[in-house]
Design a protein. Structure first.
Length: 140
C-alpha cells in the first residue's frame, strides 16, 4: 500500500569520548584516569605503556584526529568557552593564534623552534588566516 511518508536524510556526526577529546586538545598526559581516553585498562600512565601499547594509542589518536581534528581546531581557535559541566573534561579554548596539542602532533607542517610563540610559528608556516590574525591581540 502506498504511503505519503517521505524519507529524511539524517545528518550523522560521529562523537568522540570526552576523555579522548581532552587528550587531543591538551595532550594525553592530561587524562589521568586509567582506562579513560587513550589509556588502556590496567595501565597507570601513558609513559608506563609498552612500545606496542604506545604505538596502538598513538594510532588511535591519529585516527581520531583525522575524524575530529578540524572541528576541534575550529572550536579551539574560536575560543567559545563550554558550559560548566564535568570538571574532569573541561577544557578552556586556546583562542586565535594558537592550536591544540593534536594539531601540533598530527597536522603541523613543521615543528616549533625553541622559544618561538605559536602565533609566530603559524605566521611563518603560512597557516594563520587573515581573519584569525585580525582577531588576535598582538603585544609588542
Amino acid at each position: 500500500m502506498p504511503t505519503n511518508r517521505s524519507r529524511r536524510a539524517r545528518s550523522w556526526r560521529p562523537t568522540i569520548d570526552p576523555f579522548r577529546r581532552v587528550a587531543l586538545l591538551l595532550g594525553p598526559e592530561h587524562v589521568l584516569l586509567a582506562g579513560a581516553g587513550y589509556h588502556p585498562v590496567g595501565c597507570g600512565m601513558l609513559h608506563t605503556l609498552t612500545d606496542d601499547q604506545h604505538a596502538e594509542a598513538r594510532a588511535a589518536m591519529r585516527t581520531d584526529w583525522v575524524a575530529h581534528g578540524e572541528a576541534l581546531t575550529l572550536w579551539w581557535v574560536e575560543a567559545r568557552p563550554e558550559a560548566a559541566g564535568d570538571p574532569w573534561v573541561y577544557v578552556p579554548p586556546g583562542g586565535p593564534g594558537t592550536r591544540p596539542w593534536g594539531w601540533w602532533q598530527f597536522s603541523a607542517p613543521a615543528a616549533r623552534r625553541q622559544g618561538e610563540s605559536e602565533a609566530a610559528v603559524l605566521t611563518r608556516l603560512g597557516v594563520l588566516p587573515a581573519d584569525e590574525r585580525a582577531r588576535m591581540r598582538w603585544k609588542r
